[in-house]
Ligand binder design. Structure first.
Ligand code: PLP
Length: 386
């Protein structure tokens, strides 16, 4: 199916709602039945029936069809957040006593799920250097059920070789899952490389306007059906029909936004790489990246998120650089219209918390939809302090 078809038509049955271009928001929790026979039939096949919005809702159904098609998946489920999508996908693949192999520097709440939550149920884990295939394979134990990837990771932008990881997992009979939030399906479709489960924080690029929290899990019909009756219906972390409509609207411009973010980030990272005050730029599509060849092999672009190491060993200088920035907002998250900065020195000296293991001269940037030259001007003047 053509990308334009997915974004602008697929899943929308306009003849069912007055041929309106924009789908209706079916803001209803409950759906009534005419007779017992129809009701019984629906209850016998809850996944494909519209009974109650915790299971199915017509507006959310449109979104599910589009997202599955974008990831070349057979089906998908939409969750109330990216964190819950990650948690549910992981829960769906473990049992008491199971073991998970997960890459280093995965998203913070994925890390918490593995280190603090799952051990309560006897599920253990090993973190591995995702750039080292031997280390990944060596970490697999007889009770390993899941290889969890995040490529690239969102702080230091490390990639895993998706094809090779999928092959290792298949050889050992274990399932692969990936958090694909960074690239979005516009730039990376892991199922094409043999990965089983693809997860998104749709809060980032898929919605793209910093106004909805949403998560996505895409996979085979079989895996999604199992998840629907177990984690999805039981834990009930759904989105509202209204939020589903906002994400459908966000998807209309997904391709445009991704291309804009990518082009701007290419221009800005190239400026930064040639700047004397910068020690290193982490961006998979930079020709200087040690993983450039791998990035080209499995991604069609990289979007707007990258990080830099400032050439200074003074945390005060890093803070001064940050304070001089005028056009980047200080915040977590990314994937919206607005450019952001997240200096990792923030994670030093937080009362009651241990310092991060990441260096304080590391600064993450997200390039939104503004004019890249306008942003470069700001970086140029701020870098003078280093
Ligand atoms: C933000 C993020 C999440 C969590 O998503 P929420 O929608 O905020 O719950 C998961 N993974 C990655 C890589 C993220 O950036």
């Amino acid at each position: 199916m053509h990308l334009s078809d997915i974004l602008f038509h697929h899943g929308e049955n306009r003849e069912e709602y007055y041929n309106s271009v924009s789908p209706p928001i079916i803001q209803s929790s409950n759906f009534v039945f005419d007779n017992l026979d129809d009701f019984r039939k629906a209850l016998g096949d809850e996944m494909d029936s519209i009974i109650y919005t915790r299971g199915n809702n017509p507006t959310v159904a449109i979104l599910r069809k589009k997202l599955a098609a974008l990831e070349k998946a057979e089906d998908c489920l939409v969750f109330g957040s990216g964190a819950s999508a990650n948690a549910m996908a992981i829960l769906s693949q473990v049992h008491q006593g199971a073991h998970i192999v997960c890459v280093n520097n995965a998203y913070s709440w994925t890390f918490k799920m593995l280190t603090e939550y799952l051990p309560k149920f006897g599920v253990t884990h090993t973190f591995v250097d995702g750039t080292n295939l031997e280390e990944i394979e060596a970490a697999i134990q007889p009770n390993t059920t899941l290889l969890f990837l995040e490529s690239p990771t969102s702080a230091v932008l490390e990639l895993q070789d998706l094809k090779a990881c999928a092959a290792i997992a298949k050889k050992h009979g274990i399932v692969t899952a990936i958090d694909n939030s960074y690239a979005s399906p516009i730039f990376q479709r892991p199922i094409e490389h043999g990965i089983d489960i693809v997860i998104h924080s749709g809060t980032k690029y898929l919605n793209g306007h910093s106004d909805v929290i949403v998560g996505v899990v895409c996979s085979s019909k079989e895996i999604i059906k199992k998840m629907f009756y177990a984690e999805f219906m039981t834990l009930g972390a759904i989105i509202s029909p209204n939020d589903a409509m906002l994400v459908i609207r966000g998807l209309r411009t997904l391709e445009l936004r991704m291309k804009r973010c990518h082009e701007s980030a290419m221009k800005i990272t190239s400026f930064l790489e040639n700047h004397p005050k910068i020690q290193k730029v982490n961006y998979p599509f930079s020709p200087n990246s040690p993983q450039y060849d791998l990035a080209k092999k499995q991604m069609d672009g990289a979007g707007g998120l990258f990080s830099i190491h400032l050439k200074t060993d003074s945390i005060e200088k890093v803070e001064a650089f940050f304070h001089r920035l005028k056009k980047f907002s200080l915040a977590v998250s990314w994937g919206g219209h607005e450019s952001l900065v997240l200096p990792f020195c923030t994670f030093y000296n937080i009362p009651g918390k241990e310092d991060t293991t990441l260096p304080f001269n590391l600064v993450r940037f997200y390039i939104g939809l503004e004019d890249p030259d306008w942003l470069i001007e700001d970086l140029e003047q701020a870098l003078e302090i280093i």
